[in-house]
Design a protein around this ligand. Sequence first.
Ligand code: TXA
Ligand code: MG
Length: 320
Amino acid sequence: MKVLKGEDPLAIKEAGRIIREGGIVVFPTETVYGLGADAFNPQAVARVFEVKKRPYFDPLIVHIKDPKDLEEICEGVDERVKKLMDRFWPGPFTLVLPKKDRVPDIVTSGLKTVAVRMPSHPVALSLIKESQTFIAAPSANSFGKLSPTRVEHVLKDIGDKVDLILDGGPCEVGLESTILALCPKPTLLRPGGIPREEIEKIIGKVEGFPLGERPLAPGGLPKHYSPRTPLRIIREGERVPEGLKIGLLAFKEPREGPFWAVEVLSKRGDLREAASRFFEALHRLDSLGLDLILAESFPEEGLGLAIMDRLRKAEGEREA
Ligand code: TXA
Ligand code: MG
């Protein structure tokens, strides 16, 4: 499999050409690695769904290189949208707005809206520029599995099924973008790299999370972002089961218990640092052949809301 250094201009040139010619490329963003195709080429986008084994009802995010690009694919770009773009782009923030006709149905799973994001990672931005198009990209993992924050994660999963991988090192934010719909009411579809509180400072009250019975983002299925190893969130007062190989995912410090492995996400209790290490720690625990991963609860504020969302999805449905 061909892996090239993302900072090499020749690698970007080659990746841009592959996208233009209808191929698919794994590229780094500040949140997680993406698996990209030309957003206006339905066949190329279909290959992304195939490689990820992703159901066609789950739409993709279109990545742009400049806030001005938004009006080429969306309606409803009003003052609120402009304020949000000003504040959060480039960055881990995705807007869902009414789409223009030129966005192919396969990208939006037939929805009348499209999700758009301008990433801040320099390799992602150069690639979008070089490709001379916009790039539809989900996270570069098999559907339902842990998101990749390093090239090694991609190589273990879908690496051999893509045309090129650009290596940009570890992802700085480490959790996917926050998704906000403005159609027209502001609704949080997925908590992520930009805390809800920051958005509310700009546009006031945001509806919609925690989710009700039906996921608001089609990808918000109850079981998602899952390691192969069963994962459970530790409930208050719960005893650690005996006789099992158990790994612990802890916030600030290891706790007592017969754990085979312990991952501490942030000794100084910083949620941003914890978020940036979250998927990486889960990938590590998942590679140890454990019977169970026990995860501590995180405070549901700032990036903690996004961490708890991912943990609940990793846990999936659980008997009461
Ligand atoms: O940080 C990120 O957002 C990463 C990087 C690669 O940009 N991308 C990412 O994409 O997480 P993906 O495909 O793994 O998650 C996109 C989510 C899905 O849950 C999908 O259902 C939702 O966005 N989505 C996309 N278009 C939508 C739309 N029109 N309406 C509602 N939800 C939408
Ligand atoms: Mg994903």
